[in-house]
Design a protein around this ligand. Structure first.
Ligand code: ZN
Length: 558
């Protein structure tokens, strides 16, 4: 009896509001209705069938059966409708200024780019760092391209993005290298008390102006010169402001577990929420640590520390050549000093010796290192260091150092990881997906060289290879790792899910046909199967083509 009454009461109390809601929906003119789609809402829950209505940039209604009016109807019969993908690890800071279309990202279904990773960001930017970027010593832009760096502060960078127009939303992390260069140049010294205070004030200001936290890149100068005490000091500032610390950790090879422990310790001592970027264990000599990395993060979480991580779905990484071959001390003072040191035969011999001793790679691994982009040695693009060195009769390490002496802006792709470990990490519930790539364009100046295909293929590759073909993870779980999970990490409260009131950042794709087409030898290729992408309710991809609309916003941490 009791059960019946409760059931009846529940039905009665729900009927009225539902009827009212239906009445209101039918009388409203929406901007867009996406009909008949299979909705994967980003939460990880199972898909459901529904129509979505968009009004004033947000999801205004979700219904299985309303027949309302809209300015535009999108028929998603047989298609999957998901929140737009949030690329938690991107390096598009300057590409988005160069070309706001963000073609290679929006065509994957990406609607939010998180820039400023690995310790380097477009802001805050000192004069000294601007000069260094012009010399090609950054991974903020493919080599050979230039952007007018007309801003210094985070607020100015975000305004520049908005003024120029951008097709995706952008969230910025303040690079630790930027903070350091601003306060103490490319010195490898320990900061004085006043320099430390200046860095903390600068970070506080960056977060106030909209940065979502700070990133460290502990294999790159000058971020890598920091002691753990310096990181803790900065992390306390980030934590106090409710923002995060992301880190390209100090070592991804022999000492990878110690490097993970360092980030955990920074969180323990400061309370900061942290994201360990692109987890991996490399080169082949050091395969096997990925389960250990995830085990450490799980242990930290059990102890109450909010630590998460991300991964890209490839066995190759990419960086600039100097980071591979030059020890940190050799880059003290900036790339000009590096070239001077390389020209000194004694110092060059020491760099070579230490480079090998660091055991980041062995000579035989040089067949797995490929030139991605170069301004002076175009003919080398796509070829391996091992092969090139043999062709001129040089030791591969000497070959790399000689090359670096000629050009400091060379980017390389390193095929150093184990597919089984990539799969292990992808399947693990703690990992989210980030590309570690750029927003490129398959035509024009951004189509140079042979960059890592992840800039074009990361998200469709997850869906094609690891969900559809290999059935490694469920579709709903893959979508969660690309949407609500990164949104939660950033503290975005109204993006990353399909729910009424959330921003209409949406991707609509054909699950049977979705395919990443970019390869290492032919990277500048857009994926197929992504039919529609909406950013803030505005279509930026329609029937697979970019509309050139620029409804993206500079997101600000609050
Ligand atoms: Zn990195």
């Amino acid at each position: 009896m009791l059960y019946k009454r409760q059931t009846a009461g529940f039905t009665a109390s729900c009927n009225k509001p539902l009827n009212l809601l239906t009445f209101r929906i039918q009388s409203v003119l929406f901007d867009i209705i996406i009909q008949n789609g299979i909705v994967v809402d980003g939460s990880g829950n199972h898909w459901f069938k529904a129509d979505l209505a968009v009004k004033d940039g947000r999801i205004a209604a979700i219904s299985r059966s309303f027949t309302s009016k809209a300015d535009k109807l999108i028929d998603a019969e047989g298609l999957i409708v998901t929140p737009g993908f949030i690329d938690i690890h991107s390096h598009s800071d300057l590409c988005l200024i160069f070309d706001g279309d963000a073609q290679s990202k929006v065509r994957q279904g990406v609607t939010t780019e998180v820039v400023g990773n690995c310790g380097m960001s477009a802001a805050p930017l000192s004069k000294e760092q601007k000069a260094e970027i012009k010399r090609g010593a950054s991974f903020l832009l493919p080599p050979g391209l230039e952007v007018d760096l007309a801003w210094s502060r985070v607020s100015e960078y975000l305004k520049t993005l908005e003024r120029r127009g951008v097709s995706v939303n952008v969230a910025l992390l303040s690079g630790h290298s930027n903070l350091r260069v601003w306060c103490m140049g490319y010195s490898d010294a320990k900061p004085t008390r006043s320099q430390m205070q200046e860095m903390k004030d600068l970070l506080k200001q960056a977060i106030k102006e909209g940065a979502f936290g700070f990133s460290t890149g502990l294999v790159y100068p000058p971020s890598g010169y920091a002691s753990i005490e310096e990181l803790v000091e900065l992390a306390k500032v980030a934590s106090k402001q409710g923002s995060i610390h992301t880190s390209h950790i100090r070592n991804e090879g022999a000492a990878v577990l110690d490097a993970v422990k360092e980030i955990i310790e920074v969180s323990r001592a400061s309370g900061v929420s942290a994201q360990i970027s692109h987890i991996k264990s490399q080169p082949p000599e050091f395969w096997g640590h990925v389960p250990g990395i995830l085990g450490l993060i799980e242990g930290a979480r059990r102890a109450g520390l909010d630590i998460t991580c991300d991964i890209y779905p490839y066995t190759a990484g990419s960086t600039y050549l100097s980071a591979v071959v030059a020890p940190l001390w050799a880059m003290e003072g900036g790339v000009k000093r590096l070239v001077e040191r390389l020209k000194d035969s004694k110092l060059k011999a020491r760099i070579k010796k230490e480079s090998l001793e660091r055991r980041y790679y062995r000579r035989e691994d040089c067949d797995r290192i490929f030139i991605a982009s170069s301004t002076r040695f175009k003919e080398y693009e796509g070829r391996s260091i091992g092969e090139l060195a043999r062709s001129v009769g040089e030791d591969p390490i000497d070959f790399m150092l000689n090359l670096l002496e000629e050009e400091t802006s060379i980017h390389v792709v390193l095929d150093f990881m184990d597919e089984n470990e990539v799969k292990y990490a992808l399947k693990h519930p703690l990992t989210m997906v980030g590309s570690d790539g750029y927003a490129l364009n398959a035509e024009g100046p951004l189509s140079v060289g042979k960059p890592h295909p992840r800039s074009y293929g990361t998200f469709p590759r997850i869906l094609r290879r690891y969900v559809r073909e290999e059935e490694l993870i469920r579709l709903e779980e893959a979508v969660r790792k690309m949407t609500s999970y990164p949104a939660q990490r950033l503290g975005l409260r109204d993006r990353g899910k399909i729910a009424v009131g959330f921003w209409a950042d949406l991707a609509v794709f054909n699950f049977t046909h979705i395919e990443d087409k970019a390869t290492y030898t032919n990277p500048h290729q857009y994926p197929s199967g992504i039919e529609y992408v909406l950013v803030n309710g505005v279509p930026v991809v329609e029937e697979g083509e970019h509309t050139r609309a620029k409804p993206g916003r500079a997101l600000r941490h609050s």
